[in-house]
Design a protein around this ligand. Sequence first.
Ligand code: F58
Length: 822
Amino acid sequence: MKGIPISDSIRTGIGADDLRQAFLDNLVCALGRLPAYSTRHDHYLALAMTVRDHVMRRGVRCFEKGDNLLVRRVAYFSAEFLPGPHLGNHLLNLGLTESIRKMLDGLGINLDDLLAEEEEPGLGNGGLGRLASCYLDSLATVGVQSVGYGIRYEFGIFDQTIRDGWQIQGTDKWLHGGNPWEVHRPGAVQDVMFGGHTEPWQDESDSPRKRWVPSIVIRGEAYDTPISGYDSDTCALMRLWKAEAVESFDFSAFNHGDYDRAVEQKVASENLSKVLYPNDELHRGKELRLKQQYFFTCCALQDMLRILSLRGAPPESFHSNWAVQLNDTHPAIAVAELMRLLVDQHGLGWDVAWKVTRSTFSYTNHTLLPEALERWPVDMIGGLLPRHLEIIYEINARFLDEVRAAFPGDDERLARLSLIDESGPRYVRMANLACVGSQTVNGVAELHSKLLRQTVLADFAALWPEKFTNVTNGVTPRRFVALANPGLGKLLAKVAGKNWPGDLEKLHKLEPHAEDPAFRQEWREVKLSNKRHLASLIAERTGIEVDPTSLFDVQVKRIHEYKRQHLNLLHVLTLYLRLKKDPKAEVPARTFIFGGKAAPGYFLAKRIIRLATAAGELINHDRDIAGRIKVVFFPDFNVRNGQSIYPAVDLSEQISLAGMEASGTGNMKMSLNGALTIGTLDGANVEIREAVGEENFFLFGLNAAEVPALKHGGYRPRDRYESDPLLREVIDFLTSGALGEDRDLFQPLVDNLLYHDPYLLLADYRGYLNAQQRVSELWMDPEAWTRASILNTARMGRFSSDRSIRDYCQRVWKVNVKKLKK
Ligand code: F58
């Protein structure tokens, strides 16, 4: 149907009657439900389909436009995405929330009930996956053509429940009620090879070529989810791949009556995209994880080459048509795969292919933790991807020649830079592959980028200083302020104009209002109403009653020792002991709220959760405390729950050991919603503090330079314990039996702190206590607190993910973005 334009209007307009008709048509015609017998879930599905029509039209039009202009598109390669529920976000972006609400009211249906029906796709672990989704949102908003490529896990991150104080993992069956947001594209399939061997052959020109003869082929099928932008015609696409067997059955086995073997291959193939790996140590060296990584990058690159040829452009122009961002090293095998596709499949010479490859990729690092740097046993790569191992060796040989020329005789440097770690059993170092194959390398906050250059990637930074840059993370103000906190949104619109979510620097207009007592009063009312809402959720989910006027002190994020939730708990227990001894102590009422998942195999993280629940059981029921402090563990922290929590935070706990948290993004979400931060000089905290003003931030702790100095100087945590009576008291309390009958429960945590303390809790304990004291003092002056809260929001504009994406476009991808409207 060449030449048929997509009309501006679609089968449904946005008038009240059109929307109502579309909704009812979807209910009856698409879902086959009689309105009189339809359920709430039917209504949700019908509404989602109605809204999806509008999003899809934008998506298709925008791709059509892009083809005409041959613009460079961005492909964001990420093994994880955490989009959160789609419906409310699309309504906001399309400006349809109120008309849809009214339309549904007319039918006796409540929009909020339907919003609650949606299952969120938990296709990620935490910050890294959520960042990918914020970036797609911003790419669509700033008008860049983009695709997020990843895996359509059948089971995402586990559901967390708390039973008897312990984390219990449940299977995340996010697809069970149907997923109305995705479109299956049976036409967009890609074959992915594994195993086998390679063999030489000659083409007509007699040049030597290599061919890969695999032992298995798995098919990838594309599922597309459109991601709308705010007040924008552009739509991003999240294209996720599901693994399927090439043949449903092994027919020869089937014909011979061997039914088990007949389905074995099908099951094995489909296992590939079954489940997301939770981020623990256990995925190390797991072959299935490497298969997942190769699977989605291979599908994506073949898909991009297909689109390129549809545009009539040759493979040599791949890099002019596509900029690929590697979200950490998980997709780094793509460097070798693009070389294979260009050289083996498309017949390009090595040098041309290498130039194209290097001009295509860029790499973002998200961690300095050495144990998190990915490496794969050479034998595993050789067995699974024999051609890629050859290509990696070839890249390495040529690269090491370059290094030898730059640093003659420096064999140690050569060994460190090599793509192959040969210090013991041989490994392929994925970060090295990503650095060598990329045009730019960046960290995710200024401090992190600096430490990257000085530590884990120091040799690469010395070799190619110009490759290195920083792009500080950001978060979407649409989902995390406008949608999550509509009360605040209204207030912001009044002073910053209604387009503030599309131009977050406008929040600066709030600053003078921080001095206005009437405005401060309004500000407090919004916060209080958000806290009431959270208090009711807490009561519903945990049975704990909390006082919405108390200080909400919140730490929600993955549970990890480096994030130091247990430092927070040491403070909680210190306060408790103080109140027990001195009931008259001036301690303002506080509610400590924890939330986050622990990797199922992470023993100490699970004990930290148990400690939080044990502290709650003790303190919440202690009559002497009389509700002055309460401790809550909010179960199943995810994007949806985050949207209810962030707007209600007074104090944001960002207390990781300096040098450990690459950036953090929860810190941004909370501060944007008017929380004050208590934090260390780690990750983006440093920039947040600079932005909001040091007087509006509670700083404590060692800095990133002091940490290694202390560790190398022979840090002895036990000495801290011996010399600080308060610390001794609280640590002893953990094993006193007061926190439950089993005295040994927290012994492993105590031993870890007293004899290792790898994250220096005991060194930062006093500083933390003092900062918490300053928090209490400021809280007792509500006007001063509110003023600081307003200034936090006002000065956080630069942490919009729109700014991050504009930075990437300008400095990394070299693509144009829409100018901001005046
Ligand atoms: C996070 N990394 C960083 N990794 O920890 C955080 O500081 C940063 O703000 C965020 O990335 C975005 O840049 C992170 O979330 C993971 O979840 C990995 C998933 C795969 C296994 C290893 C951890």
